[in-house]
Design a binder for this molecule. Structure first.
Ligand code: PGA
Length: 249
């Protein structure tokens, strides 16, 4: 059975005080559920958040990391730095990293390899831009993003991979893919995996939807058979909304 996952990507929001406050509110709202819950704070707060969540079932993810083990990469953070503070999940390939920091599929493939070499779980993001969808090219774009960054992996690596389909036109815009659009794309992604590997493997990979998921629309999106949860941006900054999304399964 593949896992249901709700992950909150705080992006460049929440200083130390805000982070601690949000975590304490999240813990008040959080009840044990079968859904895996993850929060991704900024690096400066990752240790504090990890410590505050000790003993709870909420996991912590990094929003990014470098592919190198260590060295002269000013401003960057390595996999072993993350695992040394108890962070074993990393978001890679977010569209904001691709757009503003020039992250390419080839670079992301290297980051994925490093994360897996450190036994980390990867939440791998991808998705088409509005122009791609208008041109009817969304399937080709998504398939090539997955293929270029992930299809060099052996089947055994996929137990550590979570996919997050995030159409760029729906991120932070208030514009959401309809539940049917999400389902169609998720089914296409699963078929792409089945064709490359096997349908047994494809059935086991969790595919999250991201892009303006809110407490008001999460239930309908999560009810789709190939949608296994969400990667939440804006609504993850509010404990009540985020917890309501977690409880939308
Ligand atoms: P959003 O962001 O929920 O604010 O649209 C989603 C994301 O970027 O992961």
């Amino acid at each position: 059975m593949r896992k249901q996952i709700v992950a909150g990507n705080w992006k460049m929001n929440n200083d130390y005080v805000d982070s601690e406050l949000l975590i304490s509110k999240l813990l008040e709202h959080h009840h044990h559920s079968t859904t895996d819950v993850i929060v991704a704070p900024p690096f400066t707060n990752i240790l504090a958040v990890t410590n505050s969540l000790k003993g709870s079932s909420i996991a912590v993810a990094a929003q990014n990391m470098h592919y190198a083990e260590s060295g002269a990469f000013t401003g960057e953070v390595s996999a072993s730095m993350l695992t040394s503070v108890g962070v074993h999940t990393v978001i890679l390939g977010h569209s904001e990293r691709r757009a503003y920091f020039n992250e390419t599929d080839a670079l992301l493939a290297k980051k994925v390899d490093t994360a897996l070499a450190h036994d980390m779980r990867v939440i791998f993001c991808f998705g088409e831009e509005l122009a791609d969808r208008k041109a009817g090219n969304e399937n080709e774009v998504v398939a090539s993003q997955i293929k270029n960054a992930l299809f060099h992996l052996p089947a055994s690596a996929w137990s550590q991979i979570v996919l997050a389909y995030e159409p760029v036109w729906a991120i932070g815009t208030g514009e959401t893919a309809t539940p049917d659009q999400a389902q169609d794309m998720h089914a296409f992604i699963r078929k792409t995996l089945a064709d490359q590997y096997s349908s047994a493997l494809a059935d086991e990979v969790s595919i999250l939807y991201g892009g303006s998921v809110k407490s008001a629309n999460a239930k309908e999106i999560f009810s789709k058979p190939d949608v296994d949860g969400g990667l939440i941006g804006g609504a993850a900054l509010d404990a009540e909304h985020f917890s309501a999304i977690v409880n939308s399964f």
